[in-house]
Design a protein around this ligand. Structure first.
Ligand code: NAP
Length: 283
């Protein structure tokens, strides 16, 4: 890639950002399509967020991804928020054309799952009730899931998220319960979405939220954790004959959606996936 006078800049704001996988993923895509764009990561302290967004607009930056800790705070500096991002209450993508914020995290997970099985009319169990669960739960509802059962260690957090998703009117059947009920819930489920950090490097041998004996062959099991690629939960899913969906695919498809928002072009997902795997040192 050659940076020229005409090069369009997109990037990431967060704190910290130096370990992000997004720069290699997006720059590989721009290279493959011969697009005059470059993706740069900017470490922005929370107290500098407003001036960073205003400055980026003045500098004619085309788009940003937004990561921790700015996903919620940044919304107040934008002119418009996409409807589902508003329901989620967090954005991870800004389009400076119209100063509009989007949340592509949940779309990323939904597209990853839909590579394996449609979400329409499916009974979905979601483990965890944090930021990733919130983004994914609203999109599962939007993509036509029949029911959502949100399970969490802290049950009140699950109840609060379930009530927000229910209030959105996107889905009729939303329940909340303790994570300890997962065995009972899976017997009747079509899809399990794990948004807890269990099994994430370096804790790769922790007990998963569910074991093979809790699963069945028709179950789709998605794990948001992407390092390692095959988590302890996905190993159990494979043992049970269930269909695994890897966390790296969520990372990939959230990036592909952001790419489309900024450039108006379909992202070269194969190129982006290879760049991600190289960066994560996966084969
Ligand atoms: P978060 O807001 O901190 O939420 C974490 C959730 O996991 C909470 O519901 C927490 O339960 C639960 N949890 C944590 N440790 C647990 C344990 N030992 N047993 C049972 N439940 C536990 O975090 P987040 O931002 O949602 O991120 C969650 C995971 O998703 C991380 O591993 C992150 O890397 C991954 N992620 C992946 C992608 C991707 O593109 N693949 C994108 C975003 C996030 P309590 O409420 O009871 O504490």
């Amino acid at each position: 890639m050659k940076i020229k006078g005409s090069t369009n800049i997109v990037g990431l704001i967060g704190h910290p950002v130096e370990h992000s996988f997004s720069p290699p993923m997006h720059n590989a895509a721009f290279d493959a399509l011969g697009m005059d764009y470059a993706y740069v990561a900017f470490d922005v302290n929370p107290q500098d967020l407003h001036s960073a967004v205003d400055g980026a607009k003045s500098l004619n930056i085309k788009g940003f991804n937004v990561t921790i800790p700015h996903k919620i705070e940044v919304m107040q500096f934008l002119d418009e928020i996409d409807e589902v991002a508003g329901l989620i209450g967090a954005v991870n993508t800004i389009d400076f054309k119209d100063m509009k914020g989007y949340n592509t995290d949940g779309i990323g997970a939904v597209k990853a799952i839909e590579e394996v099985n449609s979400i329409q009319n499916k009974k979905v169990v979601v483990a965890g009730a944090g930021g990733a669960s919130r983004a994914i739960s609203f999109y599962l509802a939007k993509y036509g899931a029949q029911s959502l059962t949100i399970l969490n260690r802290n049950v009140r957090k699950a109840q609060s998220l379930a009530s927000d998703v229910s209030d959105s009117g996107l889905i009729g059947d939303v329940k909340a319960d303790s994570i300890s009920e997962i065995g009972n819930c899976l017997a009747n489920a079509d899809i399990l979405v794990d948004t807890t950090p269990i099994g994430m490097h370096p804790n790769i041998n922790d007990d998963p939220i569910a074991f093979a004996e809790d699963m069945h062959e028709d179950l789709v099991v998605f794990d948001a954790v992407y390092n390692p690629n095959e988590t302890v939960l996905l190993k159990e899913a494979i043992k049970a004959g269930a269909k695994p969906v890897y966390g790296i695919k969520m990372l990939l498809y959230q990036g592909a959606e952001s790419f489309k928002i900024w450039t108006g072009r379909d992202a070269p997902v194969d190129v982006m996936e290879n760049a991600l795997k190289d960066t994560l040192s996966l084969e």
